[in-house]
Design a protein around this ligand. Structure first.
Ligand code: ADP
Ligand code: ZN
Ligand code: ZN
Length: 693
């Protein structure tokens, strides 16, 4: 019987095409079927949203085009998956076709039916069970806190917030929760989300070691943007066809097709990388919670420093909080040592007592970790004769001096050039770096520690880990190995080093320039600083053997700041309730709900002109009393790659109010593009629940 499938295709909200297009097909097709359909002169991949038996209103049956190909080898996407994508599109103000098609692995868009059949056949080859090569890992006997947490997860009727100290054994709890689901049902699947896969290579290894021998060598697959397109396709297909039992991935993996999904784990749930910074700008953590509700499966959010959103949800009873305060092996959390920079020699990068402490530790064969949130050698190069500074010609930012290759590099647009011999403005030969970055810190520490010897008499080894040192493929793994094997004594790096690693002999962690976050205008800055310091400190003393004297050093000009009071006692709960109190008083999230309208344009006037037009248009919408529109402002870094950027903050008393407003506003925004004041506008985007303002 002839049917009239409505098909999702990748049309952006802006295209005005509508997000579903109607076609005809000789038989009815189940929702979720993957098809290829003609669009203009091309054939594109589409997903059947539904399939009415009669042509939809307004469609002339005579002119309707036919579905070109049905990708028969693939089971349809599930109703739960379609619901997740429908919700994500609605919530983040995009079209469903754009979000749904955008979430599929890119090669799927180009494969014809024969090529696809070939791939599927290759994947269907049986994989050996039991004989999987590589190390195996048996489940540990759980400690009491872990056992209670596991039981709590299995009994929970709502999302679980697993609040466990660094080193409390959260991973073991995830693994055993996963194992229970996989054993209970032969088709069960588990999704494990991590912020950045490269920083946690141990987790992938552990999952494989734990599960491949039991569930086959294809049981664990990874999904993240570092894979080749072919790998991504293979991973996606194994998950979609149910062969993969465990999917480990980054935020993109929240959209993986998992017909047997029984458990979602969001590790380090506080991490800002879960929020996408382009496209639909979705929060994978929030979508994981939604997805679990739709699928009727469990979801566990784990962290030693939960986001205030999740903490608040637990306080309200929407999430169930389970605590694991103890560390495995009884290792103690490090003691806080605040260095009051008001009493240190002027211009010292490292305060003398800190340097002294580091020297003693490396001489004893222990490791130190030093955090400095600025890569490069110096953030700016300046001429003291005329005041020239190494500004970027394309951005309102300075180019950073990298001594290693004597380059000036803009960290915003990527522009790089060689360091000039003399000042470009006055010819003065004496141009000098101002301020310090990780490269310089590494150089200085190497010098300062050159006389120091390790217990075996060999010289101290200093290494650096940041986005520059790990750019090359395999570099990060090599550096982590060097650290784990004890070749490195002092590791200098950006916040990258504070995440997830399990370093055995680190007994001292130092943060050099934490102050900026204390007084930042961004209301999330203290939360992020606290998390960073707790996480960094958590790297120290993971071995009880080395934990006794472990220390977290923080250099600050404001030692009396209340954040340090809670840090001293490792009191996240105290910090969270103080911070939430301030947020509530100031009407900030999670007590208010925000969205940003962002505009990119050739001129700042055009960017703001568009935003102002949008604000005027909003005034005519009904029910805007509970909505606050703030004035349009330039972004902190106003110009990047010759594009001027501005934004407008929208605030609402509740999520539904904000959602209703945004939905009504969206069509007006399209019209505002042609406002005369917006001439020169390049693009705009709505960012719902923005992480930074
Ligand atoms: P977290 O993720 O909470 O920081 P991990 O899961 O990495 O902590 O656990 C810390 C260390 O303790 C790991 O080396 C892990 O193998 C070990 N561990 C965890 N649970 C147990 C257990 N029940 N018995 C013995 N060792 C354990
Ligand atoms: Zn000059
Ligand atoms: Zn630039």
């Amino acid at each position: 019987m002839e049917a009239w499938p409505s098909v999702l295709v990748a049309t952006p909200v802006h295209s005005g095409l509508g997000e579903v297009l109607s076609y005809r097909h000789p038989t009815t097709l189940p929702a979720g079927t993957l098809v290829r359909v003609p669009l203009g002169a091309r054939d594109v991949l589409g997903i059947v949203r539904d399939c009415p038996a009669s042509p939809p209103e307004g469609l002339d049956p005579a002119s309707a085009r036919a579905v070109s190909v049905v990708l028969e080898g693939l089971p349809p996407l599930s109703a739960g998956w379609l619901q997740l994508l429908r919700f994500a599109a609605q919530y983040y103000q995009r079209s469903m076709g754009e979000v749904a098609l955008g979430s599929l692995p890119p090669p799927l868009r180009d494969l014809d039916a024969t090529q696809l059949a070939r791939r599927l056949k290759r994947l269907a080859k049986p994989s050996p069970v039991g004989g999987a090569p590589g190390p195996t890992d048996a489940p540990r006997v759980l400690h009491d806190e872990q056992a209670a947490a596991l039981a709590g997860i299995q009994a929970a009727d709502r999302p679980v917030l697993l609040f466990g100290a660094t080193g409390s054994g959260k991973t073991e709890v995830y693994l055993q929760a996963a194992e229970a689901e996989l054993t209970a049902r032969p088709d069960a699947q588990v999704l494990v989300l991590v912020p950045e896969i490269n920083l946690t290579p141990q987790l992938e290894a552990r999952l494989r070691a734990r599960f491949e021998a039991r569930f086959g060598s294809g049981a664990v697959v990874c999904l993240h943007s570092g894979l080749t397109p072919a790998q991504r396709l293979a991973g996606w297909l194994t998950a979609h066809t149910g062969r993969a039992r465990i999917v480990l991935g980054t935020r993109m993996a929240v959209f993986a097709s998992l017909p047997g999904l029984r458990l979602i784990v969001v590790d380090e749930e506080h991490d800002p990388s879960y929020k996408s910074q382009d496209g639909a700008r979705h929060s994978a953590r929030d979508l994981a919670v939604y997805r679990a509700k739709v699928e009727g499966c469990r979801v566990v959010l784990g962290s030693a420093t939960p986001s205030l959103e999740s903490w608040h949800a637990a306080e309200q009873g929407r999430y169930r909080r389970l605590d694991m305060p103890g560390r495995i092996g009884g290792g103690r959390l490090p003691r806080l040592r605040l260095v009051d920079m008001n009493h240190q020699p002027k211009g010292a990068l490292l305060a003398p007592p800190l340097l002294q402490a580091m020297t003693e530790r490396v001489a004893r064969g222990e490791q130190c970790l030093v955090l400095l949130n600025r890569r490069g050698y110096a953030p700016v190069l300046a001429c003291h004769a005329c005041g020239w500074k190494s500004g970027c010609p394309h951005c309102s930012a300075y180019r950073v001096f990298h001594k290693i290759d004597r380059s000036l590099r803009c960290h915003h647009c990527g522009t790089a050039s060689r360091v000039p011999r003399a000042c470009p403005d006055c010819g003065n030969l004496d141009i000098a770096p101002v301020g310090r970055g990780t490269e310089q810190l590494e150089e200085q520490l190497t010098e300062l520690l050159t006389e120091v010897r390790r217990p075996d008499g060999s010289p101290v080894r200093v290494a650096r880990m940041d986005a520059d040192s790990t750019r090359l493929k395999g570099a990060l793994e090599a550096q982590l190995d060097a650290l784990h094997s004890g070749e490195v004594d002092v590791l200098v790096g950006t916040q990258m080093v504070a995440k997830g690693h399990d370093f055995r002999r680190i007994t001292l962690v130092a943060a050099l320039n934490a102050d900026a976050a204390l007084f930042a205008s961004d209301h999330r800055a203290p939360e992020r600083l606290f998390a960073l310091l707790m996480q960094a400190g958590g790297r120290a003393g993971r071995d009880a053997q080395h934990s006794e004297g472990s220390e977290l050093w923080v250099q600050t000009w404001h030692p009396a700041h209340s954040l340090f009071t809670h840090l001293r006692t490792h009191d996240f709960a105290g910090f969270a309730s103080a911070e939430l109190g301030e947020r509530e008083a100031a009407g900030m999230p999670p007590f208010a709900h925000q969205a940003l309208l962002r505009a990119d344009a050739r001129t700042q006037e055009a960017a703001q002109g568009f935003l102002n037009a949008a604000a005027r248009a909003a005034a005519d919408l009904p029910g805007t009393d509970d909505i606050t529109l703030y004035p349009a402002v330039p972004l902190t870094i106003q110009r990047v790659a010759n594009v001027e950027r501005a934004q407008l903050l929208v605030e609402a008393v509740s999520r539904p109010v904000l959602q209703r407003f945004l939905a009504a506003w969206q069509p007006l925004l399209l019209a505002c593009r042609s406002d005369p004041a917006a001439r020169g506008l390049l693009r705009f985007a709505v960012d719902v629940d923005p992480l930074s303002l």
